[in-house]
Design a protein around this ligand. Structure first.
Ligand code: ACO
Length: 405
């Protein structure tokens, strides 16, 4: 078991751990990573099995409630989420107010935060802690956030291309409806290709949770103050906006496009070994072995190419991976492809603009964020208040303006 922080406090000790690299700030039963063996499990189930047999919406249930749903539970869960896919009409006006070239992540962060004002009953500030003693209230916020975030994402996209917003289609499944709302060509007649729906559904499963990554830590940090989940999830979306978190797939895609063809790989590898460049989409803070999601991504890419045509950049990626994995430099440093190595290629092939990639990540990760929000609420938590190691000035005499030189 772990040693509680209060033990150190009583001893008058504190630990300097820059960036929380070695400090566990909560106990969790949601996802498990073994970085040395390349294992990722959600609630004990291997990611490979979930990606093969489950739908994203089923995995969302598993992450949030801890068990795979029965057929009946899944039908009810799906119906509840799909019923909450519509957003308030005023939200459309709000989205219209953004510049035509606003970044979709900026729009999403703002829109999710604005949801807080549409659902003020979710705030513990108004009702005290008692509000979330009721699981119905917890569930309602969960249905709303999982249901509405894809709608807000699609609105952000449609706003960018200057086309009317497409209302949700509850006849479709979660991912099919999202692609329906994104439709680039018509407003009502588009039927998403089932194989592309399945591919994106698998990608959503792979991105749904990853224990205490930066954005999930943000949910717990913000949630520890008792704010409503809309503001917490907006904060997490903001953390995901960062290029070191949600933006690495774009960087990996850019790098592969810059390499351009397999003949250019050896020269690029030399630059990496000379530390002039970084191999984007390689290496991971936790995985010191093949990221299991990267393997599944590569498989999914082939499925997408069957429909969209083969993107030649994939051959550069495969060859780059082959060369790197047989090179002593990368072997010694345990550098393997991570989830971002192949995802950008897939998104591009599916027609998503590059700055929309982190939005796709946010749609999927919303379920993980909510699983952590709910877990923390039921566990109870002290307000997060990390310690700092002060290394600034000692006490100094104040110098009046007229005496300063
Ligand atoms: N390319 C080349 N060399 C690398 C890479 C890389 N991508 N990653 C690490 N290294 C090297 C370092 O230069 C270092 O070499 P040295 O020992 O000679 O100094 C050694 O490997 C160890 O590197 P660290 O920085 O200590 O590894 P860390 O675990 O801290 O870094 C990180 C992990 C930040 C993800 C890093 O691998 C990286 O920057 N990768 C590229 C960006 C990327 O793909 N990010 C996405 C991560 S997945 C996600 O966020 C969803």
């Amino acid at each position: 078991d772990t040693i509680p922080a209060s033990f150190f406090a009583q001893m008058g000790l504190s630990l300097y751990d820059n960036g929380y690299l070695n400090t566990a700030v909560c106990k969790s039963t949601i996802s498990y990573i073994d970085g040395d063996r390349g294992i990722l499990r959600y609630r004990g189930y291997n990611i490979e099995e979930l990606a093969e047999h489950s739908s994203f919406i089923e995995v969302s249930y598993l992450l949030i409630y801890g068990e795979l749903p029965t057929r009946q539970q899944l039908a009810t869960w799906n119906a509840r989420i799909m019923r909450h896919t519509f957003v308030h009409e005023n939200m459309l006006e709000y989205m219209k107010s953004f510049r035509y070239d606003a970044h979709p992540m900026g729009m999403l962060v703002s829109a999710v935060a604005a949801m807080s004002t549409f659902h003020p009953e979710a705030s513990t500030d108004l009702h005290g802690d008692q509000i979330y003693q009721d699981h119905k209230m917890i569930n309602k916020q969960i249905f709303r956030l999982i249901g509405k975030i894809p709608t807000l994402a699609a609105i952000a996209y449609r706003h960018r291309i200057g086309r009317p917003y497409v209302y949700p289609n509850q006849e479709l499944d979660f991912t099919g409806n999202f692609l329906f709302m994104m439709d680039r060509l018509s407003e009502t007649t588009y039927t998403p290709n089932p194989a592309l729906v399945r591919a994106l559904d698998v990608i959503f499963i792979l991105h749904a949770d990853h224990e205490l990554n930066c954005s999930t830590a943000a949910v717990r940090q913000l949630g520890s103050t008792g704010i409503d989940p809309y503001v917490s999830i907006a904060g997490a979306t903001a953390a995901l906006y960062g290029p070191s978190h949600g933006g690495a797939n774009e960087a990996a895609l850019k790098m592969l496009e810059e390499i351009g063809s397999v003949e250019n790989i050896p020269a690029f590898i030399e630059q990496v070994k000379a530390k002039k460049r970084k191999l984007m989409g390689f290496g991971h803070r936790v995985y010191k072995f093949y990221d299991p999601r990267a393997k599944l991504m590569r498989k999914t890419a082939e499925e997408v190419f069957k429909i969209m045509g083969r993107n030649p950049i994939i051959d550069v990626a495969i060859e780059l991976e082959r060369i790197a994995l047989s090179d002593e430099y990368f072997i010694k440093r345990n550098l393997y492809p991570n989830v971002d190595f192949y995802s950008g290629i897939i998104y591009k092939s599916m027609g998503f603009p590059t700055d929309f990639f982190p939005v796709l990540f946010a749609i999927a990760r919303t379920t993980g964020w909510l699983a952590h929000w709910r877990e923390q609420l039921l566990q109870g938590t002290p307000i997060f208040r990390p310690a700092q190691a002060y290394n600034g000035e000692e006490a100094r005499e104040y110098v009046k303006m007229e005496d300063r030189v």
